[in-house]
Ligand binder design. Structure first.
Ligand code: NAP
Length: 372
């Protein structure tokens, strides 16, 4: 069994990944630490931006003397197949004095899924696997989701008044929440591969959907807009989306023919159908593993009904609009209490008079975690 010290180092490997969350897609973000016989840390690595090199290779390449390594700590099982990089396991096996490998969780990729653990064991290396498993799966929930349930992880950000409205009756929603809350949204966005919204919200709010925060790396999430009828084309020059398209990957998903559309820095993808399955399939095919939805209530309600919300960031201001405001969620036809849609409160933050509730869909998470 791993000692307390071993587990503390494995936990450290998880913490190392913090600043790279949302920046390694389509690959997972992984942390790796190498120690000597006294468990002194010799080097560490985290998956690089864009997913390559992998954490283990970064840590190994930083070593002064490879023969000093006795323990390897890694948050996800190393790879053993040729992808865009050679298998990490080959480099790990070159560490001649390696005795123990500590792993949070197996890699769900069908090409790995325990195969690297078997290789290590066959090479007489002790493998300890399955520690901080839920943390490790949550860290890469998008990657696990695409591998195991064939869709990206879907999170939703909503900002409402105390009485659950997202906008006034005329559609005006700037600003329901305060400056501090809105600054925090940039931190949330920075952890996602893509921000998804609808053409309707773009036309109402003309948002930038980018990360504007002084202390966050300038890696912008992809912006994806569902515009089934290409309503945005009429006045696209006036949209922030268009004027900033050279700074951020921007994609419009539509049901219309796109062959003859050419707008600099904006890509158009024709969907086979406008349903949610098809939309998220197209997004997954772009290599995206984590989606943050920032739309109005109509789209969010559809996601809720189809049980496609894995995580909710719900900001509450301390103001009240009244029943003539636009609701965050439309009718759900819950006739009995046991038909309500339930989430689990994961975290709570206060920004002056605003409150942010971070909620998770436990049922959806267990669909992924149950594989291991
Ligand atoms: N406070 C907040 O957090 C916040 C955030 C965003 C927006 N807003 C406000 O929300 C308001 C807009 O909300 P809304 O409810 O009217 O609109 P919305 O949910 O943003 O967008 C509705 C549109 O989404 C598309 N859509 C809906 N269901 C779909 C499905 N199942 N599959 C594919 N596409 C689907 C349809 O457009 P197409 O048929 O044209 O594709 C539909 O017209 C605005 O006033 C905006 O300011 C507030």
């Amino acid at each position: 069994m791993p000692s307390k010290e071993n587990l503390a180092i494995l936990k450290k490997a998880l913490i190392l990944t913090k600043n790279k969350i949302g920046k390694t897609y389509p690959n997972p973000v992984v942390g790796c630490i190498l120690t000597d016989k006294n468990n002194k840390i010799l080097s560490h690595g985290v998956t690089n931006i864009g997913g390559r090199p992998h954490a283990e290779i970064i840590a190994i390449n930083k070593l002064k003397n490879k023969d000093d390594v006795e323990n390897l700590y890694v948050t996800l099982e190393p790879c053993c197949h040729f992808g865009k990089t050679p298998p990490c396991i080959d480099e790990i096996l070159k560490l001649q004095n390696l005795k123990n490998v500590f792993i949070c969780t197996k890699d769900p990729n069908a090409k790995i899924n325990g195969a690297s653990i078997d290789i290590l064991k066959k090479n007489n290396i002790n493998v300890y696997e399955g520690f901080f498993k839920d943390d490790a799966i949550r860290l890469n929930q998008g990657f696990f989701s695409t591998q195991l349930i064939n869709r990206p992880m879907i999170s939703v950000k909503i900002a409402t008044t105390l009485d659950g409205k997202i906008a006034c009756a005329n559609g005006e929603s700037k600003w329901i929440t305060n400056e501090e809350s809105r600054q925090f949204v940039h931190k949330i966005r920075s952890q996602y591969d893509c921000i998804l919204t609808t053409s309707k919200t773009i036309l109402y709010d003309n948002p930038m959907l980018n990360v504007r925060h002084p202390r966050i790396a300038k890696i912008q999430p992809t912006r994806i807009i569902i515009d089934r009828n290409l309503n945005l084309l009429r006045n696209i020059e006036k949209l922030n989306l268009y004027t900033t398209a050279n700074q951020q990957r921007t994609i419009i998903l539509t049901l219309q023919e796109v062959d003859n559309i050419s707008i600099e820095n904006i890509a158009f993808i024709k969907l086979q159908s406008g349903n949610l399955e098809c939309i998220f399939d197209a997004i997954k095919n772009l290599g995206i593993t984590k989606v943050l939805v920032e739309s109005g209530g109509e789209f969010i309600t559809q996601l809720l009904i189809d049980n496609l919300i894995d995580k909710l960031y719900w900001f509450h201001s301390s103001s009240i609009i009244g029943n003539d405001g636009i609701a965050a969620i439309n009718n759900l036809k819950c006739e009995k209490i046991d038909q309500l849609y339930n989430f689990k409160l994961e975290n709570l933050k206060r920004f002056d008079d605003d409150i942010l509730k971070i909620l998770i869909n436990e049922k959806n998470f267990s669909k992924i975690a149950c594989y291991f």
